[in-house]
Design a protein around this ligand. Structure first.
Ligand code: GUN
Length: 285
């Protein structure tokens, strides 16, 4: 049976450490760290995520600014708000909750976030720096996965890592981070021909496909470390991308859904906000 990597437990420990770091920041610089969250429209899942982000922001002692814009907001209206927050010196981080309503262009809006306040690590400046191995803000979900692997003391050096999924938010930055850890990295996607063989060769398998129970036992090597990034809402409740019941019998480590990668994402958002605030003080911006 695999050891369960508890994102719930690890994220709690990160948040407790952050509480202390945030308090020290306030004493040193005489101001609160603040995170602005923008939600456009009524997507029910997004509403839950945003509420949890706000509660966690306050829990670690940061100031939370929440902006709820109506579904029919124009691109100009959202951009106006993003620009105002970008030039507001008291704001350290800006998060635009995705997905946006269909009539709004993600790129057109996100590009107005000041790169030093891009706590999601979505902007080309941050993605480019990650690729080049320079200090940058790393997208919260893959950053959280790396923290979990570090927390469990899992040695990544020279290991074969397979990432299933090539999204800009998870798959691509995940692959980059594993490469930085000296893994031999393969990225698989919907057009990959011999998916089962490639997955079966992985010492570390990261599933970020968005299909319930897609990774089955026959796709996993004995003793592999299996990280499940999927959060699929099914009639049976929240289900990951990994067929947990059977895969957990084969893996050495596995993340559950819920209680795995999910809670880590919020903890890393707060860590990124703290790091952004520190960098802004250090660079005088
Ligand atoms: N929607 C789903 N995940 C995320 C995330 O990490 N950041 C933002 N901004 N929106 C999301």
């Amino acid at each position: 049976m695999a050891k369960i990597i508890s994102g719930k437990e690890i994220s709690q420990s990160i948040k407790e450490q952050l509480k202390e770091k945030v308090a020290s920041f306030e004493t040193k610089f005489g101001r609160k760290i603040s995170l602005a969250v923008i939600l456009v429209g009524e997507n029910p899942a997004s509403k839950v995520y945003v509420k949890n982000k706000i509660l966690s922001t306050e829990y670690v002692g940061m100031k939370s600014l929440a902006y709820y814009l109506p579904e029919n907001s124009t691109e100009e209206q959202v951009i106006e708000l993003v620009k105002t927050l970008s030039s507001d010196n008291s704001v350290d981080g800006i998060l635009v909750q995705l997905p946006l309503p269909k009539h709004l262009s993600e790129n057109n809006i996100l590009k107005h976030i000041a790169p030093e306040k891009d706590v999601d690590g979505f902007l080309p400046e941050n993605v480019g720096k990650l690729l080049l191995g320079q200090e940058s803000t790393i997208a919260c979900t893959p950053f959280g996965v790396i923290k979990m692997l570090e927390y469990e003391g899992i040695d990544l050096e020279g290991k074969s890592a397979v990432v299933v999924g090539r999204s800009n938010i998870v798959g691509k930055p995940m692959a980059m981070l594993l490469l930085q850890k000296n893994c031999t990295v393969t990225i698989c996607h919907s057009k990959t021909k011999n998916l089962k063989e490639v997955c079966s060769s992985a010492d570390v398998l990261v599933a970020a496909i968005g299909r319930p129970k897609f990774i089955t036992e026959d796709m996993v090597k004995d003793g592999a470390v299996v990280i499940d990034v999927g959060i699929n809402r099914t009639e049976a409740g929240l289900v990951g991308d990994v067929d947990y019941e059977y895969v957990s019998k084969k893996a050495s480590f596995i993340t559950p859904v819920p209680g795995g990668v999910g809670p880590m994402t919020i903890a890393m958002l707060l860590e990124n906000t703290y790091l952004s605030a520190l960098r802004r003080e250090d660079n005088g911006i």
